[in-house]
Structures are given as structure tokens and as C-alpha cells.
Design a protein around this ligand. Structure first.
Ligand SMILES: Cc1cc2nc3c(=O)[nH]c(=O)nc-3n(C[C@H](O)[C@H](O)[C@H](O)COP(=O)(O)OP(=O)(O)OC[C@H]3O[C@@H](n4cnc5c(N)ncnc54)[C@H](O)[C@@H]3O)c2cc1C
Length: 268
């Protein structure tokens, strides 16, 4: 996936390993990192949409993370299986962690969450990971593109920029397939009323929904909204959406180093 590497990274022979296949025998050396584990209690469960649940956890001790990063959670009853979920809020004084979790047919973790999880259950977490966080070395305008539960880390990043008092324009494009898939539309509308520099554009890809008067199709809508060259860009959603969005942004002359993303790949 050459698009995901800058020319200097390619010159240093860096590679996206999940996209490579060995052509001959090879010797690998792995450094095993000692990972910290937290026990966290389920303190709140609430449906956000027909297939999305808000899960709120209270870790036993301070859980350090940056807004936009994700946690790995052990699947209850399958301690060798871990699933990655983005944290949907910046760090708070209460120390609770909020997640937006999509139900997947046959999904080991999400089925447990939707069918069996109870307030008071304990989960095991690994330390926060990822390079998807608000870049604080500049106050460029923000372009945020979220699809489905990709909204979770984007909300955390936007909340953080608001709490820093930044006033550069933020444009959030939030895509869903069907109208029922949207969640937090009212909360986002209220936030953009409170912070007029935040503009939110929901987009729907279901062409059969003739009653929808808003924007259609996520990336064409982003493309039609103008110049993104001078924006810092945050993308989150399916790997296909991310790849297409990067193509689009590079064609709009957004520098590679201003594009940040997390792809919600299956990790079962
Ligand atoms: C860094 C990162 C952050 C993530 N954050 C979130 C988040 O905040 N919210 C969220 O809902 N998800 C998130 N995901 C995706 C989530 O971790 C995976 O979808 C996970 O596999 C779901 O676990 P499960 O046990 O429910 O399903 P699994 O048992 O892993 O999979 C069940 C079936 O669904 C398929 N499947 C799994 N994931 C997907 C997918 N994303 N799209 C299509 N088919 C899939 C599998 O191939 C399998 O057939 C994130 C992924 C990554 C890598």
C-alpha cells in the first residue's frame, strides 16, 4: 500500500507488513513488549443505534491515553483473544473510558457485549495504542471524516481540540449506510451550535431513502466541499474508505504528513 508511506519512509525501506507476503524463507527477530494490563469494570451500557452500543468502563487505576487512541480488550471467556476499540472521549477526571461498539454477526466480543454483558462485569484491557491523536504542534483547520463507529475516536479528537480552546474551523463529515445507522446526530448538532467553528455534515449512502434531504455519499460530498490543502485531516472507518479517502486527499494536494487515520479492520 505505497500510499500509506511517505517517500522518505519508502527511502528508509519501511513497509506496511500486513500487506507483504514472503517469497522465500526468511528469518525474523521479534521483540516481545511486556504489556501492562488493567482490570476495568463495566459501569454503563446503552444502545446508541440499532447495532451500536455505548460501553463505559472504569479501570481499577489510572489508564493513560491520548484522545483518539484505542484500547485492546480481552474477550471474556476467551482470554487469548483481544479486540481493538477506540476510546470515544478524551481523558476525564473520573477516569472512565467510553467506547462505541458495533454488533457483528458471529462477532465473539460484540455478541458477548450485546447478549450477556452486565453492569459490574470485569474486563481486561491492554495499554492504549495508536498514532491516531490530535497533532498539537499546529492549529491548522481540521477536516474530520468518520464512517460508522469510526465516529468514536474522531469525537474524542474534536472534543480535545474544543477543550484546548482552538478556534480554527473544523468540518466533520459523518457517513452512514442507512439512516438508522446514525447515532449522536443531535449531540453533534448541539455541539456545533455551541461552537460555531464546528460544522457537521452527515452523509447517507442508501440511495433508496428518498426522504433524506441531506448530503449523499461520504467521499463525493467531501470532494465537492472545496479546498482541503491547508487542513490537518483525521480519517476513521473501514480500510476501504480510508484508502479511497487518502487517494482523494492526495489528489486535492493535501500533504501526506497532514493525513492521519485509523482503519477499523477485523481483528478476530
Ligand atoms: C485500531 C482499531 C480500532 C477499532 N475501533 C473500533 C471501535 O471503536 N468500534 C467498533 O465497533 N469497532 C472497532 N474496531 C473494529 C473491531 O475491533 C473489529 O471489528 C473486531 O474484529 C470486532 O470483534 P468481534 O469479536 O465483535 O467480531 P469478530 O469475531 O472479530 O468477527 C466476526 C465476523 O465479522 C467480521 N468482521 C470483523 N470486523 C469487521 C469489520 N470491521 N468490518 C466488517 N467485517 C468485520 C469478521 O471477519 C468475522 O467474520 C477497531 C479496529 C481497529 C483495528
Amino acid at each position: 500500500m505505497p500510499l500509506l508511506l511517505s517517500s522518505s519512509e519508502r527511502a528508509e525501506h519501511m513497509a506496511i507488513l500486513c500487506k507483504l507476503y514472503p517469497r522465500s524463507d526468511m528469518r525474523l527477530r521479534a521483540e516481545v513488549l511486556q504489556e501492562n494490563t488493567w482490570t476495568a469494570k463495566v459501569v454503563h451500557l446503552a444502545p446508541l443505534a440499532w447495532n451500536v452500543m455505548e460501553l463505559r468502563l472504569r479501570p481499577e487505576r489510572l489508564y493513560p491515553y491520548r484522545a483518539g487512541q484505542y484500547a485492546r480488550i480481552a474477550v471474556p471467556g476467551h482470554p487469548e483473544q483481544w479486540r481493538s476499540y477506540s476510546i470515544a472521549t478524551p481523558p476525564t477526571e473520573q477516569g472512565e473510558l467510553v467506547f462505541h461498539i458495533r454488533e457483528l454477526p458471529g462477532g465473539v466480543f460484540s455478541q458477548w457485549l450485546f447478549q450477556s454483558a452486565q453492569i459490574g462485569d470485569d474486563l481486561q484491557l491492554n495499554g492504549a495504542q495508536g498514532e491516531f491523536f490530535l497533532r498539537q504542534d499546529n492549529e491548522r483547520k481540521l477536516l474530520c471524516i468518520a464512517a460508522g463507529t469510526g465516529l468514536a475516536p474522531i469525537e474524542a479528537i474534536i472534543q480535545e481540540s474544543l477543550s484546548l480552546g482552538w478556534e480554527s474551523p473544523i468540518h466533520l463529515f459523518y457517513g452512514a449506510k442507512k439512516r438508522d445507522d446514525f447515532y449522536h446526530l443531535e449531540e453533534l448538532a448541539a455541539l456545533s451550535q455551541r461552537y460555531p467553528h464546528l460544522q457537521v455534515t452527515p452523509t447517507l449512502s442508501d440511495t433508496g431513502d428518498t426522504g433524506w434531504t441531506g448530503a449523499r455519499r461520504l467521499l463525493p460530498t467531501v470532494a465537492s466541499h472545496g479546498q482541503w490543502r491547508d487542513h490537518e485531516v483525521y480519517l476513521c472507518g473501514s480500510p476501504g474508505m480510508i484508502e479511497a479517502a487518502i487517494d482523494l486527499l492526495l489528489s486535492h494536494e493535501v500533504p501526506h504528513e497532514h493525513i492521519h487515520f485509523d482503519a477499523f479492520a477485523p481483528n478476530g
